[in-house]
Design a protein around this ligand. Structure first.
Ligand code: ADP
Length: 473
């Protein structure tokens, strides 16, 4: 843990394990609510000085952190694969993506513009001023253990906020590595503080109820996000929430089924399906089902599960036993209710995989609304294909969820692409595109997928207050 510029080491610890091998890879401090309080106090003390530094000074620290992160890219990627499980290539991509937020907000820090607004009164001037919200508490998940940290910290620091970070209990070592880079880049004491802990609830409760915390930013499950938002409500604390998704992937009959199947195979199995923008319901127009499934089943059968440190493996482990059981339950339920299994469908064992949480890349077709997988986010390597007959029907099916994060459309008809884009109730939509994300683009969900946006110009607004001055002259 890192509080007020000091690494805390004289406390009980908990163990961090490699999800591919079950091996112990490190120990971190088991922090509690009182540690969270000390960190909030430190962030509060640092706030006055940090918020009055120039945007140029804050920008320099973010630039330096970006440079250090890129210098350490391979080492950070290896740590990530060991702690979280994703294949090394994907881990390298994530470190690059994490660095993109540092760079983007190093630039954006200098563009926190206010406004003057004409008044109806000749003797009055309106001035709109932006200022940092103050102390920010950030809670981050394990699936993207470095980029989800920089996506919050970079805009918060650029805006002039100070931060207390609590990373996921499965991936605290990646968080420690990021904080070390900020420290090396010259971030003053107290501006960012790190609380690690085995039990997130008491730390989260302190974040939500301590009046010195002005804003909570959270990425994780919808259930936890809702509970945290409720705890923040009595103080009307500002919240940003990046929560679960249940992404539809719609393939229309005017698309190339082979190209679309390739797209699904690339995006669905990224991070072993453990992404909130992972396609969870793949709607394919009936006349394309056969060529689509032929290509997809070939590609899915070729995906090899195993330790992500070895380049031949593209399916890493799930994060823990609970995640594995959830996938098993969804697949078994679907098969029992009539889904057709084309590939995978079981836990991977033998060949050194027994101690890890491996599940084979799986393809199901004939999925219908009676099945759990049709309604619930899977967060695992399962592609679930559902047939449809026409455009209106598939728009209704796609929108029939309380989530609203990502969606994908494959069509070669421009009018249809635009029409469906406008009618889908999702915050991020890829049209013939499987990667509609970037530090330069606003990421976030509608409905129960969240509140607020991360990345882009919008991302910094989450950490700014608008102050209006009315001047009589
Ligand atoms: P998942 O189920 O995918 O692990 P969570 O929403 O449980 O997703 O975890 C995301 C983050 O939320 C992690 O940092 C975790 O420690 C934290 N978290 C989980 N439960 C709570 C809670 N009750 N209060 C505060 N933070 C929590």
């Amino acid at each position: 843990m890192y509080i007020d510029g000091h690494w805390i080491s004289d406390r009980d610890t908990f163990t961090v394990f490699n999800p591919a091998t079950g091996e112990k890879i490190g120990e971190v401090i088991d922090g509690n609510a009182s540690d969270a309080r000390s960190a909030i106090d430190a962030a509060d003390r640092a706030s006055a000085t940090w918020s009055s530094t120039t945007a140029y000074e804050r920008s320099q620290i973010l630039y330096r952190t970006h440079q250090l992160m890129m210098k350490e890219q391979s080492a950070l990627a290896e740590l990530m694969t060991t702690e979280q499980g994703k294949p090394l290539k994907a881990a390298n991509n994530e470190v690059k993506y994490a660095g993109d937020f540092l760079l983007w907000y190093a630039e954006e820090a200098k563009r926190i513009y206010g406004e003057t607004i004409p008044s109806a009164r000749a003797d009055q001037r309106f001035l709109v001023h932006k200022q940092p919200v103050g102390v920010v508490a950030a809670i981050t998940p394990w699936n993207y253990p470095i980029s989800m940290i920089t996506r919050k910290l970079a805009p918060a620091l650029a805006a002039g906020c100070t931060v207390v970070l609590k990373p996921a209990e499965s991936t605290p070592l990646c968080a420690v590595a990021v904080i070390k880079l900020l420290e090396e880049a010259g971030l003053p004491s107290g501006v960012v503080n790190l609380i690690t802990g085995r039990d997130p609830q008491p730390i989260g409760d302190e974040f939500c109820t301590n009046p010195k915390v002005k804003k909570l930013t959270f990425t994780g499950s919808t259930a936890v996000g809702k509970a945290l938002a409720q705890k923040c409500a009595p103080q009307l604390k500002r919240v940003s929430m990046e929560l679960g998704g249940h992404a539809p992937f719609i393939v229309f009959d005017d698309a190339d089924p082979v190209h679309a199947a390739k797209g699904v195979s690339l995006v669905k199995f990224l991070n072993t399906g453990q992404a909130c923008i992972s396609p969870n319901r793949i709607f394919v127009q009936r006349s394309l089902l056969e060529p689509f499934l032929n290509t997809l089943s070939q590609r899915v059968s070729a995906l090899k599960a195993g330790n992500g440190l070895h380049p031949e493996n593209s399916i890493g482990p799930l994060i823990n036993e609970r995640a594995l059981e959830k996938v098993e339950k969804q697949v078994n339920d679907a098969i029992a209710k009539g889904a057709i299994l084309h590939a995978g469908g079981s836990r991977e064992t033998g060949d050194g995989l027994d101690a890890g949480f491996f599940y084979s890349a799986t393809l199901l077709s004939n999925v219908n609304p009676e099945m759990i997988i049709y309604r619930e986010e899977t967060f695992g390597p399962v592609a679930a294909v559902i047939p449809f007959d026409n455009e209106d029907e598939v728009i209704d099916m796609a929108n029939d969820t309380h989530y609203g994060l990502a969606a994908y459309i494959y069509t070669n008809n421009l009018s249809r692409g635009l029409r469906v884009f406008e009618q889908l109730n999702f915050g991020i939509i890829g049209v013939n595109d499987i990667n509609p994300t970037s530090a330069a683009a606003p990421f976030g969900g509608m409905n129960e997928s969240g509140l607020g946006r991360e990345g882009a110009r919008e991302g910094i607004n989450e950490y700014l207050e608008t102050k209006l001055g009315g001047f009589s002259i």
